[in-house]
Write a protein that binds this ligand. Structure first.
Ligand code: MG
Length: 231
């Protein structure tokens, strides 16, 4: 079995006509697992499933801090592993000098308006252990170590019994970077920020089309049996 992992915003959710094309095509696809890997929280994701986009085999939400399965159930093993190394009081104390964006908060994630280096320095001063993951320009997610889209996707693939080389992952933004640059077949959609796209390893596929149309392009390439590599 192979696995297609898609970011949502800026990737599978636009343009709307492309999302519809993907849904139609997906109905005919067999023997490929579908996984969404998003910065959205679960409440901001679940209303899309089965309505706007196909119901996936698994969903990774809140920048790789939560894994849920097809029926929406939380993977408690992944959750407990992350929660065990997470001291929210110490992390919040380290973040006290930054502007928090509460709308981005999830159980194992704080979102702040700051640069990565500033936040990492503040965490070090406080002796707080956390991963700092760039979200939007000037915005970072602060999560338990072991979180992140790349780590959560690797966990899901292992649980589904899919080898890393059979995982195809596509995204558009810096929080997709570690996932696209890992051992999977990575791809970036054409509407990605040019500086971000340039920062990715040469082996990452550059889709010719934007958003969901780029995802479709990648899906056809996967089903056509063409391996990863330069596009
Ligand atoms: Mg995105």
């Amino acid at each position: 079995m192979r696995l297609l992992a898609c970011d949502l915003d800026g990737t599978l959710l636009e343009p709307e006509a492309g999302t519809r094309d993907f849904c139609r095509r997906w109905e005919t696809v067999r023997d490929v697992h579908l996984v969404y890997v998003t910065g959205r929280t679960w409440p901001g994701t679940r209303g899309l499933l089965g309505r706007v986009i196909p119901v996936p085999d698994a969903v990774v939400t809140a920048t790789g801090t939560e894994v849920r399965w097809r029926d929406g159930s939380l993977d408690t093993r992944f959750h407990e592993r992350l929660a065990a190394g997470w001291d929210p009081a110490a992390v919040l104390a380290a973040l006290s000098g930054f502007v928090r964006l509460p709308a981005g908060d999830a159980p194992l994630r704080f979102t702040v308006a700051a640069d990565r280096a500033q936040v990492e320095a503040a965490l070090r001063r406080q002796g707080a252990r956390a991963a700092v993951i760039p979200a939007d320009p000037g915005v970072v997610d602060v999560c338990p170590r072991g979180a992140g889209k790349d780590r959560a996707l690797a966990y899901v693939a292992r649980r589904l019994g899919v080898g890393e080389g059979d995982v195809w992952a596509v995204g558009n933004a810096p929080n997709d970077g570690p996932m696209l640059g890992s051992g999977v077949v990575g791809a970036v959609v054409a509407n990605a920020d040019p500086a971000f796209a340039r920062s990715l390893p040469a082996r990452v596929i550059r889709c010719h089309r934007p958003g969901a149309l780029g995802v479709l392009e990648l899906l056809e390439r996967m089903l056509g049996g063409r391996a990863g590599g330069r596009s």
